[in-house]
Ligand binder design. Structure first.
Ligand code: ADP
Length: 170
């Protein structure tokens, strides 16, 4: 399609949360296409492999027909170029996100002038949510239902075992 607006939503997504899903759905309303791109950074230890993360995200966004999912290594700007995205979506939950996001946005724009970075805010219900917190809660048997898509919840239970499942029923 000519003049199609494409936005890239890059992140670690280890794992994808309902905050990420909220942002993806907002992006899907604003752009013709949204590409969720899982960053593969071998220097960073992750709970799920990039392939597992892509699988979970695909399952979570399957109702959003203009959203696709991929993984990438290297620079976000190169990934944006590869998929034909003119815009990068990032999230802002609180002031604490701002400094890091601001640095990244300016660096990415320096690397690829013309690229726009837009910041979306999730529903306030998800403003405290991040992947690290979700993993910590799941690891110690806490309930993550409602914080992550059902497929992610299932995989967290598989990964952390029955203890988590038992606690979730309490
Ligand atoms: P990264 O390691 O690239 O920051 P994350 O998976 O932690 O990857 O986050 C990807 C993007 O999603 C970031 O812009 C982050 O601010 C945003 N984000 C993370 N959690 C939430 C949330 N609960 N609500 C809205 N945006 C979020």
């Amino acid at each position: 399609m000519k003049n199609e607006s494409v936005a890239l939503f890059p992140g670690s997504f280890d794992p994808f949360t309902n905050g990420h899903l909220d942002l993806t759905a907002r992006g899907a309303l604003l752009f013709d296409r949204v590409v969720v791109a899982v960053a593969h950074n071998p220097a960073k230890t992750s709970l799920f492999t990039p392939e597992e993360r892509v699988d979970m995200i695909r399952e979570s966004v399957k109702k959003l027909k203009n959203v696709t999912v991929m993984h990438f290594a290297g620079l976000v700007v190169d990934c944006a170029k590869q998929v034909g995205a003119q815009t990068i979506i990032r999230g802002l939950r609180a002031v604490s996100d701002f400094e890091f996001e601001f640095q990244m946005a300016l660096m990415n724009r320096r690397l690829q002038p013309g690229l726009e970075i837009v910041f979306l805010m999730p529903d306030q219900e998800y403003t405290y949510l991040n992947s690290t917190l979700v993993k910590e809660v799941a690891k110690h048997g806490g309930r993550v239902q409602g914080l992550v898509p059902a497929t992610v919840e299932r995989r967290l239970l598989e990964r952390y075992g029955r203890r988590a499942a038992r606690r979730g029923k309490e």
